[in-house]
Ligand binder design. Structure first.
Ligand code: NA7
Length: 580
């Protein structure tokens, strides 16, 4: 830690926010509006977070823009018009800039600056923060708005350094864009970033070769102008529309059905899935109540999607390779595409199945697999992120007694409500591990967290309390509750980034909270209503309020009768319910 900063003797600011994506921007605006002395630090040269970094061709949001936009300010809402159902990245970045300008946020954001260390100073009841610019800052509250998918995985391939062509990462795309005209291009990965960029790159490049290790499920966006009926549904009462979005499992409207696929006639299943496929995007996820829990119900939806892939891809062998087989439908975040499968019908596009011919590494000319050498002018790495914990792990973060977050999270990220960590006073995470975050419409999750944190800071200030931290007991109870929420589902069966499975050596743990945004919001409300249950609140070293238990679990909703045996069975097998 640097000790010679001129700011060292100054009073700590009320809050330092790390990150100026949508979460950081709203947090800054909210706290300033409440009279707090707050500022933000951002690694990029501009606002927008995800939409600042991920500028690859075809990048766009996978939740409808009417729902993926801020609802905290009525005037902002009324003034902004999205051009398409699913806005493209440039428009999302323009929106972020518009928000920053409208609320004059940039004057309190330090750009091109990365926080490298943050240590809790018990005596001062403040965080000492350092940046890569050598600055030292102090703040009462440290709020990590660092994003869930902001640090690319450190994927390396043998011989990568010897490759003579150009290398691009979807997550660090050049701001000036890339012209692939007349080029032979290879792309590694078939996650959402690749699935969005492949159709666009294929139209430009002379030849595109897609290296696929694991196929994903992808639904058509049917993108275009926002249908008038959808627009009117929002315009007639934007408040009610937002409230309805927030009061859902996923933070977006999805027509959730209570019907069971296993108890529905095949022709009705088909009609319902066709209707939702024609609607596009994530609507299919709400078709049946048992898809996420019952393997048979899941297989029914899988078969439908596999049929759709066969319909779109002319060569049956290629269609077969593009069909997911290693994970149940919906256990990884499904992709939303524009012309992905049909792209494989183009004469200039080739699919390489890395399960059949594993990738050996790079040569000076391109990529070598066990079967042959491929020559490229450019290679795109769409290889994913060190999700949810990556950005936090990279900060030398030490709480009370110098405990490192890395040690605290050695077996996976443990938090209370995905908002705070035991032993790390006055440290908040926005959409952190243990919260619904990546299983939801991020904007709605961000707004809920920002408002909860702001209310908490107001409450502390009014009572002249200097610190709040999660009790170890409440943290343990939240981890147990999170495990109970996900165990009955098939979500843990996939080798997904939700599980940390895409990063070698990362502990396997289902990181987001799977109980639903609506349930989660109610839990957070109850925690506050009970006087910040599960938190230890201090004034200096004096404990003012200490309620260590976490009891705010709302009664589970009606569970359909034929799902009960599956749910109970899984909970018992996991030791979460006593065996009968
Ligand atoms: P993803 O979804 O994590 O996709 C990464 C892809 O890269 C995936 O297909 C991986 O295959 C592949 N990959 C990663 N490492 C390798 C190596 N070493 N060799 C071959 N292939 C590899 O990241 P995205 O950026 O596409 O999307 C992230 C989220 O952003 C997405 O879920 C949306 O919510 C938005 P694998 O599956 O590991 O076999």
């Amino acid at each position: 830690m640097a000790t010679s900063s001129p700011s060292k003797s100054a009073q700590p600011i009320d809050a330092l926010i790390v990150g100026a994506g949508f979460a950081g921007m709203y947090m800054l605006h909210k706290l300033r509006g409440l009279g707090f002395n707050a500022s933000a630090v951002e690694a990029g040269s501009g606002v927008g977070g995800t939409w600042y970094w991920n500028r690859y061709p075809g990048a766009r949001v996978d939740i409808q823009s009417l729902e993926y936009s801020f609802g905290f300010d009525e005037e902002l809402e009324k003034d902004w018009r999205w051009s398409e159902r699913y806005a493209p990245q440039p428009e999302l970045l323009q929106y972020a800039e518009h928000v920053a300008e409208r609320f004059d946020l940039k004057r309190d954001i330090r750009f091109n600056t990365r926080v490298t260390a943050a240590h809790w100073d018990e005596a001062a009841q403040a965080w000492k923060v350092e940046t890569d610019k050598g600055e030292a800052m102090r703040c009462r509250h440290l709020i990590l708005a660092t994003g869930c998918l902001s640090i690319p995985t450190d994927v390396t391939f043998p011989g990568l350094g010897t490759y003579k062509g150009d290398i691009y990462r979807t997550s660090r795309w050049p701001h000036e864009g890339v012209d692939f005209s007349g080029k032979r291009v290879g792309i590694i990965g078939t996650g959402s970033s690749a699935i969005q960029s492949i159709p666009v790159i294929a139209q430009q490049a002379e030849q595109l070769t897609v290296f696929q290790r694991t196929p994903n499920y992808s639904m058509p966006a049917h993108n275009g102008p926002i249908p008038e009926a959808d627009f009117q549904a929002w315009a007639k009462d934007p408040r009610a529309y937002r409230a309805a979005s927030r009061d859902t499992v996923g933070g977006f409207q999805n027509e959730p059905s209570e019907a069971m696929a296993t108890a529905t006639a095949p022709e009705e299943i088909r009609a319902e899935l066709e209707r939702r496929w024609a609607w596009g995007g994530f609507r299919i996820l709400g078709a049946f109540a048992d898809t996420a829990v019952d393997p048979e119900a899941n297989r029914i939806v899988h078969e439908f999607v596999a049929g759709k892939i066969r319909q779109q891809v002319a060569d049956p062998a290629v269609a077969e390779k593009l069909t997911p087989k290693d994970h149940p439908f919906g256990t990884k975040r499904p992709c939303v595409d524009t012309g992905y499968y049909a792209t494989f019908n183009r004469p200039n596009v080739e699919l390489v199945d890395l399960r059949a011919e594993p990738l050996s590494g790079f040569t000076a000319e391109g990529i070598r697999t066990s079967a042959k050498d491929y020559a490229f002018d450019a290679v795109v790495l769409a290889t994913g992120f060190d999700a949810m914990t990556g950005a936090i792990d990279r900060i030398d973060l030490r709480g009370a007694g110098g405990r490192r977050i890395k040690d605290h999270w050695a077996e996976g990220p443990r938090t209370y409500l995905g908002l705070m960590v035991a032993g790390f006073p006055n440290l908040f995470t926005i959409t952190g591990p243990g919260s619904p975050s990546v299983l939801t419409n991020m904007i709605n999750s961000i707004e809920q967290h920002v408002e909860w944190i702001a209310d908490c800071l107001v409450s502390l200030k009014q009572r002249q309390q200097t610190s709040i931290e999660a009790s170890p007991e409440a943290e343990a109870a939240w981890c147990r509750h999170s495990t109970e929420a996900v165990t009955p589902t098939m979500l843990p069966q996939a080798n997904s980034w939700y599980m940390g499975a895409n990063v070698p050596g990362k502990p396997r743990m289902f990181m987001p909270y799977a109980g639903g945004l609506n349930t989660y919001t109610e839990i957070c409300r109850q925690v506050v209503a009970k006087g910040y249950e599960g938190f230890i609140i201090r004034q200096g070293d004096r404990v003012l309020s200490e309620s260590r238990a976490f009891t705010s679990q709302p009664a589970p909703g009606e569970i359909p009768e034929n799902l009960l045996p599956i749910i109970m069975g899984r909970l018992m097998a996991a030791g979460l319910l006593p065996a009968e």
